[in-house]
Design a protein around this ligand. Structure first.
Ligand code: NAP
Ligand code: HSE
Length: 432
């Protein structure tokens, strides 16, 4: 058989452990498909003594992960440590500068430094692959970059964070508390080392930025993304959405306006109609919709987090490299990526769910509806939830008719500083 592809693994946590188990379990099958074996040569993590449930004695241990890049017996470094900067980035830079291949699941690093790394890969003629960075086990990068490569993409959107989806769908099904379900998602290995990245929408934004660059051929501009997470969603919002025929999901959406227009990129919780395929996506599952001008709507769905699915995507990248198949990381060479201006979000038309937390006293509803009227926002339905003792706090939820987002923003500006409103209003668009 031809020479094995020799790899080094940096990081032996959820994903790194999964990669070892997968290569051990499916090694012979992978070798047949790749045309040569994939052989782990060296590994690195912080704690050499930790029991990881896998036998590490066959691999050489490196205390300093950046040294993996300099090893003569390694063809590809697999970075599974995480973090946009620091040691992971140092390792990535060294690996590509040494002309070795780099496979990573690190969306934070790719969203912030992907263009620099792709340029280094081009210079060194080395493969750079990051399928596992977006939507865990779903081959969405391959799907977009290769399967849908003949299409002009109108938009790409979906559920990109397993932790948030697990939290929202579990709260919806069981009525359990947010913090309790988040803890469970962490224990199951879905959450990032810092779970605020998940629940504040940042992790989904990293993934969306990568998908948008590939879908629209634009340079990644992470700062241009609008990001809102799920921490402000209450059980009452979930119940209210259900009554209206919706579920709440954290949705990342990127859309390029027609010729010469801007790029809209946003992560935020949305009301998804029960009839939409994304409404049925629960647990840590991710789903991405790609709309191509010839393919029509493509739906990619699968496990978005966890050891097995993520390892599956990492090893698929290794199989590509072993076969000598490596596309430009962002579909086209970095110099050919366009600089796309952010679109004016205010012009986007949508129906929206608005939830106000107010002091229950005469005139509050009139004040809110007057602001809507003055901003030209038309209300479709309005619900006041519960009535505690006089003067207590109540929730007022409403759904607007379709209109420009700027109308809702204007109404909220008019209500700013109102003594009746006890916390900032929550706005979620209705998807569809
Ligand atoms: P994890 O379980 O926290 O594992 C991280 C690993 O990196 C650990 O083995 C840790 O060593 C090691 N490490 C940390 N700092 C190090 C350093 N300075 N030098 C050497 N090793 C170091 O993380 P994970 O969930 O596997 O995630 C890894 C990457 O995959 C991240 O970029 C994440 O965003 C991405 N990802 C994760 C998932 C998922 O479902 N978990 C899915 C897709 C992508 P010790 O074990 O000794 O502490
Ligand atoms: N923390 C991420 C999630 C892991 O929950 O989706 C997969 O990228």
């Amino acid at each position: 058989m031809t020479q094995p592809l020799r790899i080094a693994l940096a990081g032996l946590g959820t994903v790194g452990g999964g990669v070892i188990r997968l290569i051990e379990a499916n090694g012979a099958l992978i070798a047949r498909r790749a045309g040569r074996p994939i052989e782990i040569v060296a590994v690195c993590a912080r704690d050499r003594t930790k029991d990881r449930g896998v036998d590490l004695s066959r691999y050489q241990w490196e205390d300093d992960m950046t040294l993996l890049a300099g090893r003569d017996d390694v063809d590809v470094v697999v970075e599974l440590v995480g973090g946009a900067d620091g040691s992971a980035l140092a390792l990535a830079r060294r690996t590509l500068a040494a002309g070795k291949g780099l496979v990573t699941a690190n969306k934070a690093m790719i969203a912030h430094h992907g263009l620099e790394l792709a340029e280094a890969a081009e210079r060194g003629q080395a493969p750079l692959q990051f399928e596992a960075a977006v939507a865990g086990g779903i081959p969405i990068i391959k799907g977009l970059r290769e399967g849908a490569s003949a299409n002009r993409i109108a938009r790409v959107y979906g559920i990109l964070n397993g932790t948030c989806n697990y939290i929202l769908s579990t709260m919806e099904a069981t009525g359990r508390d947010f913090a309790d379900v988040l803890k469970e998602a962490q224990e199951l290995g879905y959450a990032e080392a810092d779970p605020t990245f998940d629940i504040e929408g940042i992790d989904a934004a990293h993934k969306l930025a990568i998908l948008a660059a590939i879908a629209f051929g634009g340079r990644i501009d992470f700062g241009a993304l609008e990001i809102a997470g799920i921490t402000r969603i209450r059980a009452a919002d979930i119940a209210q959405a259900a009554e209206l025929g919706y579920v709440i999901r954290l949705i990342g959406l990127a859309e390029c306006e027609a010729e010469g227009g801007g790029l809209f990129q946003r992560v935020q919780p949305c009301l998804v109609p029960l009839t939409h395929p994304l409404a049925a996506v629960d647990g840590p599952t991710n789903a991405v919709v790609v709309e191509g001008n010839f393919s029509g709507r493509l739906l990619f769905q699968g496990a978005g987090a966890g050891d097995g699915p993520t390892a599956s995507a990492v090893v698929a990248d290794l199989v590509d490299i072993a076969r000598g198949q490596s596309a430009a990381p962002f579909s086209v060479p970095v110099n050919d990526l366009e600089t796309l201006q952010p679109a004016d979000a205010g012009r986007r038309r949508a129906r929206a769910y608005l939830r106000f937390t107010v002091t229950d006293r005469p005139g509050v509803l009139a004040e809110i509806t007057a602001a809507m009227r003055d901003a030209g926002v038309s209300i479709e339905s309005l619900i006041q939830q519960g009535r505690p003792e006089e003067g207590g706090e109540v929730l007022v939820a409403m759904v607007t008719h379709e209109g420009p987002e700027s109308g809702v923003s204007r109404a909220l500006e008019l209500l700013e500083g109102s003594p009746s409103i006890t916390e900032p209003p929550l706005v979620m668009p209705l998807l569809g």
